[in-house]
Design a protein around this ligand. Structure first.
Ligand SMILES: NC(=O)c1ccc[n+]([C@@H]2O[C@H](COP(=O)([O-])OP(=O)(O)OC[C@H]3O[C@@H](n4cnc5c(N)ncnc54)[C@H](OP(=O)(O)O)[C@@H]3O)[C@@H](O)[C@H]2O)c1
Length: 248
């Protein structure tokens, strides 16, 4: 008599299930991402481009656009270029006292003198502060708070889209450090001065329609190995909007 061993094959269910979930997950992520980007493209084209602005501006009241705001104190972050510069200039042209928060002294001074000369408003000031550093924000806040002026408008405009994963000297991913941590920190530290101007005070944070391309996530510093700067920017902008809507 010979000893014959009988081999029983394991049913392949587990293997198949694993394979399917490995395929389905990235496929679902791909479709979700494509869907979000398409919705953002269409919605963004209609609402966030120049034609969107022209459409929305039809609802602007001409008398509102002429309002003088001489008694108001406004802070605009990232005011040396782009939207921040235009905002600071617009506020200054209506008579407000404007504090431009910029990280670079030379670029800040150039923008400051341009705004003073185009608007004729000399109550425009430069405050140098790097919003990627909590310690710099703290020293700015303590310096500025000693002025004891009520702040009627704080415009959190400064923003960053860094494509590579760079870490600040304080150990934070750089997009997060400016867009989320810096924005949050300056707002919290300015709140006592904003409250001094209440109820006629507001905090405006410039988010972005780009947020529609990313879901809200708890991985605030994008620890994933496949770092993508555009995704991180979108995630940061989503956090800003979430934070605003939960603090109305
Ligand atoms: N442009 C758009 O189509 C668009 C659309 C949606 C939302 N937004 C948002 O609008 C805001 C302004 O964007 P923009 O297009 O005007 O961009 P921009 O021209 O690049 O201006 C960004 C400003 O933020 C400043 N900034 C960056 N990092 C800083 C830091 N660590 N500390 C202090 N300031 C810092 C920059 O200063 P430096 O000059 O020194 O770099 C610059 O003044 C951003 O929050 C952006 O997310 C823009």
């Amino acid at each position: 008599m010979t000893n014959q061993s009988i081999e029983i094959e394991e049913p392949p269910t587990l293997q198949i299930q694993l394979d399917i979930s490995i395929i389905i997950r990235p496929l679902t992520m791909f479709f979700l991402k494509t869907w979000r980007s398409t919705v953002f493209g269409v919605y963004g084209y209609l609402n966030f481009t120049k034609s969107g602005f022209i459409e929305h501006s039809k609802k602007f009241k001409p008398e509102d656009m002429l309002t003088r705001i001489n008694e108001k104190n406004c802070i605009v972050t990232g005011a040396n270029s782009g939207l921040g510069f235009a905002t600071a200039e617009g506020l200054a042209s209506r008579g407000a006292t404007v504090y431009m928060v910029c990280r670079n002294k030379e670029r800040g001074e150039a923008a400051l003198s341009k705004i003073r000369s185009t608007t004729g408003n000399q109550n425009v000031h430069l405050e140098v502060c790097d919003l990627s550093s909590v310690s710099d924000i703290k020293s700015f806040a303590s310096r500025f708070s000693s002025k004891d002026v009520p702040i009627h408008v704080l415009v959190n405009n400064a923003g960053l889209l860094e494509h590579k994963r760079v870490t600040t000297s304080e150990g934070f991913e750089s997009n997060f450090s400016v867009n989320v941590l810096g924005t949050y920190s300056i707002t919290e530290l300015m709140l006592p001065l904003v409250e001094k101007a209440a109820p006629d005070a507001r905090v405006i944070t410039v988010s972005s329609g780009g947020m529609y391309t990313a879901p809200l996530t708890t991985d605030l510093q994008y620890s994933d190995s496949n770092f993508n700067g555009v995704d991180q920017y979108a995630r940061n902008k989503r956090v800003q909007a979430f934070w605003k809507s939960s603090n109305k």
